[in-house]
Design a protein around this ligand. Structure first.
Ligand SMILES: [Ca+2]
Ligand SMILES: [Ca+2]
Length: 581
């Protein structure tokens, strides 16, 4: 690795009474740190660049004749791993929750030593989905046309209940046995790569499950943020950019616990920081990851997260990280993007952020009356704030995720609105992310409980009466939505003009929003008609984008336009017109 140091956390009774020694060519024990807990030592080891794969010994001298010994293996770095290519705007991300997607191995539903077993009747229980279920259906993603999978956390969550979501990690180095094993996770990624799919790992650094063995014997007293009694975060990540925020509010935001079952890590402790940094690098290298989605990004603190990003870049310059910076306004989100023009000169080095403001605009745009800044104008206004982002094409755009209302519910079960929303997502700048089940119009409101927005994907379980993987038993609307999504996704795959093109948009008029994506003499005209009646309009005002083009084809309706002077668009629908000279 480019970073030549390695931190080892060593745990054992009364280790404080030992003196660790390493005698091995190329490997030096640079520093031994004694914790305020006598059972832990932290060793900082320096490895020279010439050192190849090897096993070295750490002797824990006690003054007695027989010292305990640990053999530690340094493995070979995988060839070319530093050139690992992350996702880009040419990708579409498909988010899935492994417990809820497909049960490929019913035998692991009940695993010895794990506190919670599967019970499909409980909305907040485990349902038995696993990594094998994903492996079994890799073809499905190719067929649908998505290119990248963001898989919700897969690490061990050995909690008594409500553990299926994966955000209460109890072992940072081990895949939950109810989902599979480390080896299966690695295999999943290898098989995905063979099909041209990238894998994004969902990581959580802010907190971990209180059943982690650390909690019985904390490595250091300040390993986590401790409070006299349970203290919840105020969840106001906006305090970190607020020039007037009180220290009280900022402290509560950063140091308060996310929930009773989730202890808050203290990343200001350099040993915690190093533990987390090494853990990510280990997973990237071991599993062959293409990207990371980092949960609750701001909650771990600006300084640490920026350091983490730099360390990842140092080993994997083209790797992708998208941060969950869940804030409602563009200025707040933009602050966290790499190279942002921040008045405090802070640089996050974070390449990708989720476009939460656009998600909120999408939820309103098709449900409201069209006005100066309401209805379809919300999309226009949201995009007009892109001057705040150094790299707007690096925003991950989405309509819903595992924490939000499902988009089809938000759009009041109106397939016309749904199609407009998806046409917009697939043609706007950025990297689209869709949530599993969106393609078959799955519904659910967050206020019903998280279990209702994370229902089982039909066909993933034996005896399911509907199988969405083969489109068997879908309703007519679901099948229509599925074929529509496939059309859009397959079309987008090779459209460089969408991946890299510039955007020009026009102020919406009478509820019709028109924008162009254009690149090197190629141009796509997108028309969204957010009215309950069809619209026919003259195209004079779009001349600067239409100049040189005389005909076009609507890829959604396979409609040919033999002229571009007057265009009509049906009620509540989108046109994606490829312009021809
Ligand atoms: Ca299973
Ligand atoms: Ca925190």
């Amino acid at each position: 690795m480019n970073h030549s140091e390695l931190q080892l956390m060593v745990y054992g009774k009364e280790l404080v009474k030992t003196k660790p020694q390493i005698q091995h060519p190329g490997i030096t024990l640079k520093e031994t740190t004694y914790s305020n807990n006598p059972n832990y030592l932290f060793l900082t080891i320096e490895i020279t660049p010439e050192t190849g794969p090897t096993i070295f010994q750490i002797r824990f001298e006690t003054g007695k004749r027989k010292a305990p010994i640990i053999n530690y293996e340094l493995k070979e770095r995988e060839e070319g791993s530093s050139q690992r290519q992350g996702f880009t705007a040419s990708d579409v991300i498909y988010l899935l929750m492994p417990d809820r997607f497909a049960n490929g191995d019913p035998d692991n539903d009940h695993t010895k030593g794990m506190l919670e077993t599967a019970d499909k009747t409980k909305p907040d229980g485990r349902h038995g989905g696993d990594l094998n279920g994903i492996i079994d259906h890799l073809d499905y993603f190719n067929e649908l046309g998505v290119t990248t999978l963001w898989i919700n956390p897969v690490l061990e969550n050995n909690m008594p209940d409500y553990s299926y979501h994966g955000y209460a990690i109890t072992d940072f180095y081990k895949v939950d046995p109810r989902l599979g094993s480390n080896e299966e996770y690695r295999l999943l990624i290898q098989l995905a790569h063979k099909r041209g799919l990238r894998i994004v790992k969902d990581m959580v650094f802010n907190h971990f499950g209180t059943n982690h063995w650390w909690m019985n014997d904390l490595p250091m007293s300040d390993w986590i943020h401790q409070w006299p009694e349970f203290t919840r975060s105020n969840y106001r990540s906006g305090t970190l950019t607020d020039p007037y925020a009180s220290q009280w509010d900022k402290d509560l935001m950063l140091k308060g616990w996310f929930d009773h079952s989730m202890a808050d890590l203290n990343q200001d402790n350099p040993f915690v920081a190093e533990y987390l940094i090494q853990n990510s690098i280990w997973w990237i290298e071991y599993a062959g990851l293409d990207g990371i989605r980092m949960d609750t990004y701001p909650y771990s603190g600006k300084r640490f997260m920026a350091e983490w990003m730099q360390r990842i870049r140092n080993e994997y310059p083209d790797f992708s990280v998208v941060g969950e910076v869940w804030l409602n306004t563009a200025p707040q989100v933009a602050y966290w993007m790499n190279d942002a023009h921040n008045s405090d000169s802070f640089n996050s080095y974070l390449d990708y952020v989720f476009d939460f403001p656009l998600k909120y605009a999408l939820a309103e745009a098709f449900n409201e009356e069209n006005g100066w800044s309401s209805g379809i104008a919300r999309l226009y206004e949201s995009l007009s704030l892109d001057f705040l982002y150094p790299y707007p094409q690096q925003l991950v755009v989405f309509a819903d995720n595992h924490d939000t209302d499902r988009i089809f519910s938000v759009l009041k079960h109106d397939t016309r609105k749904f199609k407009m929303a998806m046409a917009f997502l697939m043609t706007v700048r950025g990297i689209p992310q869709i949530y599993y089940g969106t393609e078959i119009l799955m519904t659910g409101w967050e206020h019903q409980g998280h279990g209702f927005i994370r229902e089982d994907f039909p066909g993933g379980w034996m005896h399911d009466s509907v199988n969405a993987f083969t489109q068997t038993g879908l309703t007519a609307d679901q099948y229509d939505a599925w074929t529509y999504m496939r059309l859009l996704l397959q079309w987008r795959k090779n459209k460089k003009v969408i991946h890299e093109g510039k955007t020009t948009h026009y102020i919406p008029e009478e509820g019709v929003y028109v924008y162009f994506r254009h690149l090197d003499g190629e141009s796509i005209m997108v028309v969204l008609n957010n009215n309950n009646e069809s619209k026919t309009f003259k195209t004079e005002r779009y001349t600067e984008n239409l100049k040189g083009y005389s005909t076009g084809t609507d890829v959604l309706h396979r409609t040919y336009f033999d002229q571009l002077r007057i265009i009509s668009v049906p009620a509540m629908s989108a046109r994606i017109i490829e312009l021809k000279r």
